[in-house]
Design a protein around this ligand. Sequence first.
Ligand SMILES: Cc1ncc(COP(=O)(O)O)c(C=O)c1O
Length: 378
Amino acid sequence: MFDVYSVNDVQIVRGSGSWVYDSLGERYLDMYGGHAVISVGHTNPDYVAALEGQLAELGFYSNSVVIKQQAEFADALGRVSGLGPDWQLFLCNSGAEANENALKLASFVTGRRKIIAFSKAFHGRTSLAVAATDNPSICAPVNATDNVIFVPFNDLVALEKAFADNRGEIAAVILEAIQGVAGIKVADVEFIRGVRRLCDENGAVYIADEIQCGCGRTGRYFATDWADTQADIYTMAKGIGNGFPLGALAIAPHIEPKKGMLGTTFGGNPLACAAGAAVARVMERDGLMKNAAEVGEYLMEGLRNIHGIKQVRGRGLMIGCELNPDFESTAHRLLFTQKVFVGTAGPHVIRLLPALNITRDEADIVLAAIKKVLTPSC
Ligand SMILES: Cc1ncc(COP(=O)(O)O)c(C=O)c1O
C-alpha cells in the first residue's frame, strides 16, 4: 500500500450498531464512525437488506438510462432534510467530489472565478476542494491558485471587506457551519446569516459544506439550519451513505442545469441510491435527529463535568473536547485501555462523531472511559 495513513494497530472485522469487533474478538465502542460516516449504525438491518436486495437485482448502470432509485433517494432525502421536492439533486461518490462540483457549478452559473473560504476550513483533497482547504501541507503546487481567498472564520467584518475588495468577482462562499477537521469550531448563527446576506447582495452562491456536520448529526438535518437560513447548494457525503461511497449536491430550484455541465460514471448508480434512500428512511422512521440532539446534549453535559477537559464544543453528536497538551495521548489510551474509538483534531482535541442511534447507556460508557483516562493515575 502507498504509505500515507497513520494506522492504529487494530483490525476491525465486524460491526453492529455502535460496536465494532477486532480480529481477536475484542469489542470496541465506536464513537468515531470512521470519520463521521456511520449514521444509522454498523450493519443496520434495514440498510443491509436494501443493499442486498438491490445488488441481487441490479448493481450498476450509468446515467445514460433512467434510474428509478435516484427518484426514490431524492424523495427520501427531500423529506428527511426538509428541502422538499423542488430542490435538485446531483449525485457523485465522495465529499471532495461534491465540493469540487459545487464550486464548479457556482463558477458556471455566475461566470466568475473567485471563491471565498475560511481559515482552518477542510473541503477535501481534489484540485479546487484542496485549494479551498486551509492547509498548505496537503495542497500540491499544481493546486495552488489565487482564485481562493481565505477569510478568518466567524469574522463578518473581514468577509464584508473581502467582498468589497473583489466586487463582482466572487462566484461562491463555501462554509462548514461546524468546522470538523479544525477541531469542532461552531460558526455563529449571526455569521451564517451574514454569509447568506452578503452572497445575496453580491450575486454569489452560498455553498454549505455539510459533509461532516450534516445528515442530522447536530439534531437538525443541516447544521446550517440552526441559523434558520438556507444555502444555495448543500454538499453531502459521509453519513448519507453510512459507509457506501456516496456524495451529493442539493441544488436550489433557482440554479438551472445544462446538459453536460456536470457528470460522473459511478455517481447515482442503483446500489448507491439504495444505500442513500435506506439511510434517509431509517433516519426519519427512527427519529434519529431527535436522538442525536438528546444524547448529544447528555454527552456534552457529562463531558463538561469531567476534570481535565478545558472546553466542550459542538452541537448534538458532533462534539469536540479541548484537552490540556499533556493529555495528548488520550485518544490512543481510550482505544487501547478502554476500547473506545474517538477521533482527534489538531494536537489537543478529541472528536466524538458516533452513530446517530447511540443510546444513553452507551454514552455513559464513554463518559466513564474518558473520565478514567483523564484521571492522572490511570
Ligand atoms: C467538511 C468536509 N468536507 C469535505 C470532506 C472531504 O470528504 P471526502 O474525504 O469524502 O472526500 C471532509 C472529509 O473529512 C470534510 O470533513
